[in-house]
Design a protein around this ligand. Structure first.
Ligand SMILES: Cc1cc2nc3c(=O)[nH]c(=O)nc-3n(C[C@H](O)[C@H](O)[C@H](O)COP(=O)(O)O)c2cc1C
Length: 435
């Protein structure tokens, strides 16, 4: 008998079903602050997948995008506390927050084309000096703005569903959560059962993801595949038909296909999209991502949220001594006006000339994310150079989201297709790359 070669399985052989809707099984993950832009989400949606906008620091993002003045108004209102470390009264104006979020969501939804969807990533850990009120306002405004789905992240979201249970779209909008363990999922399911709402999908994020991690210093002891298998087995045992979407370190179409073969419903991806035209990072950051080496990537304890944050050592935020920016920004302040960066800043001595020395323990997350100074990335950022060309001027060719999206969909055997060269190639550019 002649052995027949098994046809190669590719990601495009699968579809992601959420309720009655079917998508290409690619979710581009939320990346704040305005790294996963509306443009990136819209392009993903046009191609049939699910794109995320982020709701991190949206009043600030709205000011930059639409020339609104929320940040200035907040800064002026709280100017008295600028020279003290007491930020107890630095609060957000909830109406402004509502307007900012609504504006951003509506603008994205009005431009929507194609068969995909646009979701919003909502992080619980952004306490915004009044955790319940501000989170509720962000969620309500997103639903009112017509968002297709909400991905709850950076926290257990024990009360988040309850905050919006009376919103008319509560049972119609898609709601999912990002978890890193069965334990976290169980907590969320319990809170959901109190308002009769199961999640429509669960993103299982492993330790190689970008952004903040749902693991401690022992993150190396975990791996995404094991957690995904455990979550799928748990849901099966509970007879819960909830799609599972792995995330973190899925770098090739073949990686993605292997998860589909394991029973995943789709995949969430981010790092490979950071070097696309549609991504909000400045060009300098994109080039640094491309040129990075494995030794440059580390999981830091610099975030004042208390969660580990994966960063590149080249991040301009490291060793900064910027004054806490709570009056204009203040997104990390807890309900009592505390932020770990304020403490670290206060404890940092000054030099002989009275200048603040570099703050070593924490970064001002608000300031540095507002300036794209914190180069957060997935662990495999150093492989991005294998996804493009180095051009004769020494720069890496920026990709399009469509190119990366299609590479995930159609590539096999862990191959990565380089784009059509956009100019003369650098001399060392390997000829083996295929267009
Ligand atoms: C630059 C960057 C910023 C991110 N920001 C967020 C965020 O604001 N909220 C969030 O839940 N996840 C965030 N993530 C995680 C991604 O949404 C995604 O789940 C994960 O990075 C996927 O792994 P990959 O980057 O290896 O593909 C971020 C990831 C990156 C690379």
């Amino acid at each position: 008998m002649i052995a027949r070669k098994k046809p190669t399985d590719v990601l495009d052989n699968y579809r992601l079903t959420l309720g009655r809707d079917e998508y290409v099984p690619i979710m581009v993950g939320g990346m704040g602050v305005n790294i996963s832009t509306a443009e990136l989400a819209l392009e993903t949606c046009r191609l049939g997948g699910i794109g995320h906008i982020s709701d991190a620091m949206n009043p600030f993002v709205s000011d930059k995008k639409f020339a609104t003045k929320y940040t200035k108004a907040k800064s002026t209102k709280h100017r008295e506390s600028r020279d003290t470390f007491d930020k107890t009264n630095v609060k957000f104006d909830l109406d402004d927050l509502h307007r900012a979020q609504l504006g951003i969501v509506q603008s994205a939804m009005e431009q929507k084309k194609g068969d995909g969807a646009i979701f919003i990533n909502v992080m619980e850990k952004l306490n915004m000096a009044s955790p319940g009120d501000t989170l509720r306002m962000r969620l309500i405004a997103a639903l009112e703005g017509g968002i297709d789905g909400v991905t709850l992240s950076a926290g257990l979201h024990n009360s988040s569903l309850k905050l919006i249970a009376d919103q008319p779209r509560f049972h119609d909008v898609k709601i999912g959560i990002i978890v890193s363990s069965v334990r976290a999922l169980k907590i969320f399911l319990r809170s959901g059962s109190r308002v009769d709402r199961l999640p429509d999908y669960v993103v299982v994020e492993g330790p190689l993801a970008g952004g903040h991690l749902g693991f401690g210093a022992d993150w190396r002891e975990y791996n995404l595949k094991d957690i995904v298998v455990e979550v799928i087995a748990f849901l099966k045992k509970e007879q819960l038909d909830i799609p599972v979407i792995p995330a973190g370190g899925i770098f090739t179409g073949t990686d993605a296909t292997e998860y589909m073969q394991l029973g995943a419903a789709g995949v969430q991806l981010a790092t490979r999209f950071t070097v696309t035209e549609e991504c909000g990072l400045p060009d300098k950051a994109k080039q640094t991502f491309f040129a990075s080496e494995e030794k440059d990537v580390f999981v830091s304890t610099l975030s004042p949220t208390g969660y580990p944050l994966r960063l590149l050592r080249q991040s301009p935020c490291i060793d900064s001594n910027v004054k806490p920016q709570c009056e204009p920004l203040g997104y990390i302040l807890d309900k009592n006006g505390n932020c770990q960066y304020i403490d670290a800043y206060e404890a940092t001595p000054v030099d002989a000339k009275g200048r603040k020395l570099p703050v070593k323990d924490k970064i001002c997350l608000c300031y540095h994310f507002s300036k794209y100074n914190a180069y957060t990335c997935g662990h495999y950022v150093y492989r991005l150079k294998d996804t493009s060309h180095r051009l004769a001027d020494g720069r890496y060719q920026i990709l399009t989201a469509e190119h990366v999206f299609n590479d995930y969909l159609y590539s096999a055997e862990h191959k990565i297709a380089a784009p059509e060269p956009a100019g003369e190639l650098a001399p060392e550019e390997r000829p083996s790359k295929t267009a």
